[in-house]
Write a new protein. Structure first.
Length: 475
């Protein structure tokens, strides 16, 4: 007897899209069979997915939950945590989030992971994993600790190449990054990079302040295309000189970044790119709209030409994942910063991501269902060492399922979401919406009703496959 059978839907599997019956036993898929093949099989529950799209649960590889951020008045706030954001993710069809554990330079890697565990264990509503986030001046003894953590299931290490005025503890010097690359190459890890050129960024802050161009609408002049070009080529050249270094370049925002990744992959380097849904659909002109801060994250959104190249990157393999850079706060908190040197990054985007990207990819640009699912789920699972446990509807994989209803049409409104009192996607068309979300065999959202609770999620340890590290794999 099976616990749950899903039948009648168009199912996105690793081998294609077709009508299948899916059988779930416990927390995993027991069988993926042909249409009506499980009609006579006994099951505790059945879901009729006729006319619906059945896909693996979404995976967002770049979120910040319970994250400290500074307001314009100097107050330090903490974003909404893993219980709330995890709930919003499930409402939006995402079942796994990858956040960050903070490696403070005056503490140990072990303590950083344990501190984050205390915030997530028994709290997170969906499944999760961590990137390890380094801070300025990591001590030499931390290199050995990073190697141990990679072996223990934390294989991705986040590093910043710049600071900004209200956060001055992030930037890692190139020499320290070089040492980390050696650890990654030796232990099978991957560098997760926030790449901006610090000299250019600091110069532009100083210049615009001198010129009196301090309003936030000018932020794209600071975190600009040249900064992305110089920093990407610098970090890629460093990686090339440490054989075995694989990189995941986060929030690619400019055509120059896409081109640098494309060239590196053509040389045989294991380099992978991530963009964000706001980069693909908004430009720096949107900063001029009322409450234009809601569209911002770091680096800044850029031009239409940059946007077009990002879309091209999703088709040629330069961009492998579409993430959110989730940072869940209120509209008041998000818009308090009104200058280039105090505007808050990140935004509330994890809930509408799957619906927005289905509309933009499948409906408006003709992407296949397989391409869409790869960009919002499967590729992240493969790159981050979660596959095939996550990101696949296949026997033995975790039974994480999202059922999309393509007849659900309308416009996004913050009033209908569960994340914050605003959304940067207000008024955006949707041509599908997640109707049902299943986490490891248990229905968490059904027809707009939340059936989950805080603590339903578990942490997933990871190991990145050798073929990803040797790359470049065309996912």
């Amino acid at each position: 007897m099976l616990d749950l059978i899903i039948h009648g839907g168009e199912v996105v599997t690793p081998v294609g899209v077709a009508r299948h019956d899916i059988g779930i036993k416990g927390e995993t898929f027991a069988v993926v069979a042909g249409p009506d093949a499980l009609a006579a099989i006994e099951a505790a529950h059945r879901i009729d997915a006729k006319g619906k799209i059945v896909m693996p649960g979404g995976i967002d590889p770049h979120v910040h939950m319970g994250y400290p951020f500074s307001l314009a008045d100097g107050t330090t706030m903490i974003t909404r945590g893993a219980d709330h954001v995890g709930m919003a993710a499930l409402y939006g069809g995402t079942t796994t989030l990858i956040d960050f554990a903070f490696m403070l330079s005056n503490d140990t890697v072990h303590n950083g992971i344990e501190a984050r565990d205390r915030e997530f264990n028994g709290v997170c509503a969906c499944d999760w994993a961590y990137h390890l986030m380094l801070h300025t001046d990591p001590p030499p003894r931390m290199m050995g600790e990073l190697g141990e953590a990679i072996e223990a299931g934390y294989p991705t290490v986040k590093m910043f190449m710049t600071n900004w005025p209200h956060r001055k503890d992030k930037m890692i010097d190139l020499g320290d990054i070089w040492e980390v690359f050696k650890v990654l190459a030796r232990h099978g890890g991957m560098g997760v990079i926030h790449a901006e050129d610090d000299d250019i960024v600091r110069h532009m802050y100083d210049r615009l302040v001198r010129e009196g161009k301090v309003r936030f609408e000018n932020i794209a002049e600071v975190h600009n295309q040249l900064s992305e070009d110089l920093s990407f080529r610098r970090i890629l050249r460093l990686a090339e000189n440490v054989p075995g270094t694989a990189l995941y370049l986060m929030h690619v925002s400019a055509a120059s970044g896409v081109c640098a990744i494309r060239e590196a992959r053509a040389k045989g380097l294991p380099i992978y790119g991530e963009s964000l849904h706001q980069y693909l659909l908004y430009t720096s002109e949107d900063y001029k709209r009322p409450n234009g801060q809601i569209y911002h994250t770091y680096p800044s959104i850029k031009s239409k030409a940059d946007q077009n190249e990002l879309w091209a990157g999703t088709l040629d393999g330069s961009i492998s994942c579409i993430a959110t850079d989730e940072l869940c706060c209120t509209l008041r908190e998000k818009t308090m910063g009104d200058r280039i040197d105090n505007i808050t990054g990140g935004n509330a985007g994890v809930e509408p991501r799957l619906a927005v990207m289905f509309t933009e990819m499948v409906v408006r640009r003709g992407y296949s269902l397989r391409q869409y699912v790869d960009l919002v789920s499967t590729n992240a699972a493969k790159l981050m060492g979660l596959y095939p446990r996550k990101g696949a509807i296949a026997a033995g994989s975790d039974a994480d399922v999202t059922i999309l209803d393509p007849s659900r049409r309308g416009k996004i409104a913050a009033a209908n979401l569960h994340e914050s009192d605003y959304t940067p996607w207000e008024g955006h068309d949707i041509f599908a919406w997640p109707e049902t979300t299943i986490l490891r065999g248990k229905v968490k959202v059904a027809n707009g009703r939340y059936l989950g609770k805080a603590g339903d999620g578990i942490q997933v340890k990871r190991r990145i496959p050798a073929e990803i590290l040797c790359g470049p794999v065309r996912l």
